[in-house]
Design a protein around this ligand. Structure first.
Ligand code: SF4
Ligand code: SF4
Length: 245
């Protein structure tokens, strides 16, 4: 999670500023960037990856992801577990086998998008930066785009919509500096944001709904729609970690 401008590398791109880029299978570098990378997986990335692979949230967690604690923020971070040799496990000789459901980090390259809450914690403010990478031949291609055109081209709108909801948790107004989660809180983090089957099971228990004073309509919507379930998980976890907003 990028939290301060000091964490950002790359040259800022103004909203109307364009850059040239295209990633093509014919390029000599094709697939080289899918190795030796730390590939973060947001809750919505996990939902899409699981759907694309046709596996449950629990199986994705157990077999495909690994947990580490972000040394700066203290937040747990889930990443794609790389294969022996360092390649992304979804890389094939013909490219990415989860291309339609590839995570945010793969879609957004060659730019970085950093966000922070808008005024009075309404909406978000975003900044784009170029990620110049010397071996990437995509920069030499003539296709010209603005950051907004790249976002549309890569189908990033639902990813940004869901990922931005995490700001209400990671930049909660009651948070003070680095978070230090107990093992129990780390377990709650994973259950609420990544293990949708477990969260749905908890929400199906009327005692749980009553104990945490969850609104019946939101629970019903979450049980009917996995994307709503992620939103409820974020709200529930924020309440657990920081108390009522
Ligand atoms: S053009 Fe860049 S992003 Fe595309 S395969 Fe080559 S190194 Fe990766
Ligand atoms: S998910 Fe696909 S695009 Fe992303 S690193 Fe893996 S193979 Fe490459």
């Amino acid at each position: 999670m990028i939290e301060t401008m000091a964490d950002l590398g790359g040259q800022p791109l103004e909203p109307a500023e364009s850059f040239t880029f295209a990633c093509e299978p014919a390029l000599a570098c094709f697939g080289s960037c899918c190795r030796d990378k730390r590939l973060p997986v947001t809750p919505y990335d996990a939902l899409r990856l699981g759907r694309g692979l046709g596996i449950s949230a629990a199986e994705l967690l157990a077999e495909h992801l690994e947990l580490e604690m972000d040394p700066r923020s203290g937040w747990p971070a889930l990443r794609i577990k790389l294969a022996d040799g360092g390649a992304c496990p979804y890389l094939t000789s013909r490219g990415c086998r989860v291309y339609q459901d590839r995570p945010t980090c793969c879609r957004i390259y060659p730019v970085v998008r950093a966000v922070k809450p808008g005024r009075d914690h309404r909406g978000v403010r975003e900044v784009f930066l170029r990620q110049d990478t010397p071996h990437c031949l995509g920069w030499d291609q003539p296709r010209r785009l603005t950051p907004a055109q790249w976002v549309a081209d890569q189908g990033l709108a639902p990813y940004h919509r869901h990922n931005d909801r995490l700001l209400s948790l990671v930049m909660h107004p009651k948070r003070r500096g680095k978070v230090e989660l107990s093992p129990r809180q780390t377990h709650a983090f994973i259950a609420a944001l990544y293990n949708r089957e477990v969260l749905a099971q908890m929400l199906s228990d009327p005692g749980f709904v009553q104990r945490y004073r969850l609104e019946a309509g939101q629970v019903a919507r979450a049980l009917a729609d996995e994307e709503e379930l992620i939103g409820l998980g974020i709200d529930w976890l924020a309440d657990q970690l920081f108390g009522p907003a």
